[in-house]
Design a protein around this ligand. Structure first.
Ligand code: NIG
Ligand code: FE
Length: 412
């Protein structure tokens, strides 16, 4: 099956060869072809170039005059499998309580865990698939999804099985992350070691047996998991072949970045609070820093210092953090806009961070993230726009007209 897009006003993020990720000044370069064609065959990108060398073949042709095509967004950090919502806590925050105070009063992650534990697997699947369908329509073509709202053996496995079902039933690329260490459950309040042992001795072996996860995560934060805990769970994960992707430096910086680097984690995520030596230590490593601007927006906390990080030569990826507590939104278009507006990233940097670098942060850089021959035809076809700067500029509006996954248009 072939599809030929013709007269594309501008084809964005074209890369001849496969790139691992982009750092520093490279992030400000977004290669494009104006007045381009793009040929898709059997769900993969077969060829592309300027219209003057467009092949003459008999196949389905789509005239993209006035519109642009870019690779789908790569959202490397979400918690989109969850039960119910937490809009009551949202109102409490408006009235003056902080995120930490809400958690201390039994809200927060433990509140979501309580809801999830009493939700059946089918109901959880049903609620989660609606969120997945929604983000696909918003242009996301690859997504990482975490467990971490179960916090019991059964409920964590239930979450991971739901992620597996989503993976089997939808054409979007999905990676699963085990985040048993998201919060210490109430029953283990005075016995955190007992909880960690349960995860290591009882949950990880089943995850391996049923092939339920690609990565392991931990919320390394005061009141959640310490450096020691982080070390312990990352070590255990690596025994089961799970590379780390960790929550660090959201509220406090106390060495989580360095602990992650010791374990060669694939990504360090959040980074709202960054010390100079956190930035320096990340340089020339294979670990991708990931910023989550929608979380900063929603909680009213600082944004990751993207400008400082990129100007120091670091790579950066952008992701949503879609979850019921700190980011009830999976909209990568909003993330890209907010990165430009609040973090002073250029449109080129933001688009690179949300495509190529996001793909790397899921170990999907060979499959998605750029218009490259042989990669999946996971694409966004925009509405008629004057320039790609319009995508972040028109915040809150959607420039996405159609989405394609593996070359198939996904109708809403
Ligand atoms: O990434 N920071 C930790 N976990 C989530 C929020 C969890 C919640 O409030 O439910 C996050 O922001
Ligand atoms: Fe998160």
């Amino acid at each position: 099956m072939q599809i030929l897009f013709k007269n594309i006003k501008e084809l964005l993020q074209v890369r001849e060869g496969s790139i691992q990720f982009l750092s520093g000044e490279e992030m400000n370069i977004l290669p494009t072809i104006k007045n381009a064609f793009l040929l898709i065959e059997n769900g993969l990108i077969k060829d592309f170039g300027p219209m003057k060398i467009c092949p003459k073949i008999h196949c389905k042709v789509i005239d993209a005059s006035g519109r642009m095509i870019l690779p789908s967004w790569c959202d490397s950090h979400t918690h989109l499998v969850y039960a119910g919502n937490r809009e009551d806590e949202f109102v409490d925050r408006i009235k003056g309580l902080t995120y930490a105070q809400i958690a201390e009063n039994g809200g927060g992650i433990l509140n979501s865990a309580k809801k999830l534990q009493i939700t059946s697997e089918d109901e959880l699947y049903y609620q989660s698939k609606k969120r997945l369908e929604e983000i696909i329509q918003l242009g996301t073509g690859a997504v990482e999804i975490k467990s971490g709202y179960g916090l019991t053996k059964d409920a964590e496995l239930k979450m991971l099985r739901v992620i597996k079902r989503l993976k089997e039933n939808y054409p979007i690329e999905i990676k699963a992350t085990f985040l048993g260490t998201h919060a210490v459950p109430k029953e283990f309040k005075n016995n955190k070691t007992g909880y960690l042992n349960l995860l290591v001795n009882e949950v990880l072996p089943i995850i391996e047996k049923e092939n339920l996860a690609d990565f392991i995560d931990v919320f390394c934060e005061q009141g959640y998991f310490s450096l020691e805990d982080t070390k312990m769970i990352l070590k255990a994960g690596s025994k089961y072949g799970l590379q780390g992707k960790i929550h660090v430096n959201q509220f406090n910086a106390f060495g989580g970045v360095q602990e992650g680097l010791n374990h060669n984690v694939l990504s360090v995520d959040h980074l709202e609070v960054m010390r100079d030596h956190d930035i320096a230590d990340l340089k020339n490593t294979q670990t991708m820093p990931v910023a989550l601007p929608s979380c900063s927006y929603f909680l009213g906390i600082p944004y990751a210092p993207a400008r400082k990080m990129i100007d120091s030569g670091l790579p950066l990826a952008l992701a949503t953090d879609y979850n019921p507590g700190s980011t009830p939104s999976g909209n990568m278009n909003f993330v890209v806009s907010t990165a430009c507006i609040k973090m002073k990233m250029t449109p080129e940097e933001a688009i690179n961070a949300a495509t190529i670098n996001g793909a790397y942060a899921m170990n999907l850089q060979e499959q998605v993230g750029s218009i490259t021959k042989g990669k999946l035809a996971n694409l966004i076809l925009t509405k008629e726009i004057n320039s790609y700067n319009y995508i972040p500029y028109s915040f809150g509006n959607l420039s996405v007209a159609k989405v394609y996954l593996k070359g198939q248009e996904i109708k809403s």
